[in-house]
Design a protein around this ligand. Sequence first.
Ligand SMILES: [Zn+2]
Length: 295
Amino acid sequence: MKLSSRTERESFRALVLAFASILVISPVVHCWGLDGHLTICRIAQSRLSAAAATAVKELLPAAAEDDLGSECSWADRVKFHYHWSSALHFIDTPDNLCSYQYNRDCKDENGEKDRCVAGAINNYTTQLLGYGNAASSQHYNLTEALLFLSHFIGDIHQPLHVGFTSDRGANTIDVHWYTRKTVLHHVWDDNIIETSEERYYNSDVDGLINAIQKNITGEWSDQVKTWESCSRNATTCPDIYASESIQAACNWAYKGVTEGSVLEDDYFLTRLPVVNLRLAQAGVRLAATLNRVFG
Ligand SMILES: [Zn+2]
């Protein structure tokens, strides 16, 4: 094919890029989508202490232009390159138990302990605690540690990232989201957020972020202290976040859904508040964790 004009060449290039990105993106359907992670990281960055904001700016790659949100899905992009990291985005819990225990559940499919999203949050938090210490800065890539931690604190708040084992966090439950075919896991990663953006915010993620920020300083303000605190003065507390997620998965995500269910307004309108709350909690807790790490 010969492309004569510059515009034609450019649109062909755009087409190839779009197609390539579909090929790359489509297998990665098991994390909050781009807008979920962006929302969480924007909320977090707006709540950083001066010390944490400086450290985050120093650690972010130059291309991020000081915007943590732009790098919050980096961990999804490197899943294929860092194959070992793909087990670190979720936790599988026993079917229908609706509970989570670190010692029982935090392992990968080969049974290797600590390889789950809660273990990863602990690990990257510990690495970042070495920030400013020459030896540990040499030993670890703290830029990657920051990007992993920011992504994983998001993931652990997606209820179906702490789902049942046999359906792989509802990845094998086929449903219709209104008229579109998808799986239940993807409804919670993307569809609820997208439908909410389309309906209420002119398809603009900034509108969603502003609305959640308003709730954090308004309606939810008296809960925020509780979200931020960890027992025993821990730096971060992924076990609490994971337990809340499996509870929400049972009470809201799985509830009333079977193979082939058609999910429409009834489901959307009752689950949207849960999604908004989890995005808010993730943002607040990511900031609280980074403030303690760099405090
Ligand atoms: Zn993820």
